[in-house]
Design a protein around this ligand. Sequence first.
Ligand code: AMP
Ligand code: MG
Length: 494
Amino acid sequence: MSDPTDPTLGIRADASYASLPPRLYSLVEPTPVARPELVIFNHALADALGLDVAAAAAAPAVWAGNRRLPGTTPLAQAYAGHQFGHFTRLGDGRAVLLTEHLDRQGRRWDIQLKGSGPTPYSRRGDGRAALGPMLREYVISEAMHALGAPTTRSLAVVRSGERVHRERPLAGAILTRVAASHLRVGTFEFAAASGDREALRALADHAIARHAPEAADAERPHLALYDAVVAAQARLIAQWMALGFVHGVMNTDNMTISGETIDYGPCAFLDAHRPGTVFSSIDEAGRYAYGRQPAIAQWNLARFAEALLPLFDPAPERALELAQEALARFPARYEAAMLEVMRGKLGLDARADEDAEDAAIIESLLEWMGERGVDHTNTFRSLSSSRPGDGARDGDGEGDPAWRAWRSRWSARLARQETTWPEAQARMDAHNPDVIPRNHQVEAALDAAIAGDLGPFERLLAALADPYVTRPEHAPYREPAPADAPAYRTFCGT
Ligand code: AMP
Ligand code: MG
């Protein structure tokens, strides 16, 4: 029942992270802001979390950090990270973990405020965030969720009524982020670098309890945790690749233990399918290009293994051997995850006797797409529109012989499975989105929202909420950016 006077907003506060060794965090309160004003609130997410939706939607002071929820222990987490390959000590420099929340099923969620003011980890930063990037994280993270990729979620964006100073003064805002946890590869790197073995062990046990409870019963629980993270990241990256998602800043501090996508700074979706695509203005060497994401994930997982080594085995050589074996499973796991998602996209059944042929069909399609630079999303979505071999659409791709050859190979494969064409079509449509957050559409919606008109932002959010169903309202969101538009550039979300 909604009780507008309930100061908890239905949050069942808990603080398991605060019971870890104190070197892993700093107790810090959000810094209140001048005039909290709700910009957007995620009623569906609040409901899914079991919050008192009406009370939560009417509590901008809570989501701004101005009003403390009873029973909570706000803290900033310490972490380190390899940023573009270089090790650095970091930490939540502009975020505070407000509380953990236990939902009705007993699942534990982090509720974090991003842009909540300085912390001991802020270094030279102001601890604040601007409205545009926070709304951008809101829309893209919610789109990712609807697209079916594991991700942190966005509960609210509140204007602070203050200015933040970047190259120019901008409206300040705070995002409420919800995550299965904010544990990162970098959290473990921090613990390992501190040299405090017991802190590292406590952190790893905490991660097992939250994300890999079955690992607790394994012969080597910390190795089983590592293995579970390797598997979760292999699945996640396969989903990104299938969706044409470019994270943009895959530093180890932006890679979660939960297998959720986190940190929507310079990320963007492909229009043209080109493996070398880089959107981030600071990624000059293309380290985090679309096509490099699987290799980078593996590189990051190697850093994770290094941090966990002392927990794998007391003998360093044995620990290294175990780590190498576990990490070596990443490529096969990634390939298996890719085969599974791509089969969905092509309407193919899982059949062991077709594994090699399917892998080859997928590879040749992706190669053709990369050579021609065709639109990633629309090329996949259009596969279900006509049965290959019917002739009618086989000439698409502008009479391209390579395209016709590919379609006939795909057609022969479809003919070898029991699944009917209508079933295959339904399967494809459930895996190939009709809409994604197109860069030019996101920018237009953000520009309007910052100027005070939330209409375009809300319409975009509504279209992205149901991306696999063909709807008339999707029409304006299907078009790629005009061919003569300048290359899309993104900036780290500060
Ligand atoms: P990111 O690039 O968003 O992953 O951030 C990298 C690190 O910089 C994290 O430790 C952030 O907390 C910190 N950071 C980013 N922006 C700010 C800011 N405005 N003030 C303080 N710290 C920041
Ligand atoms: Mg980050």
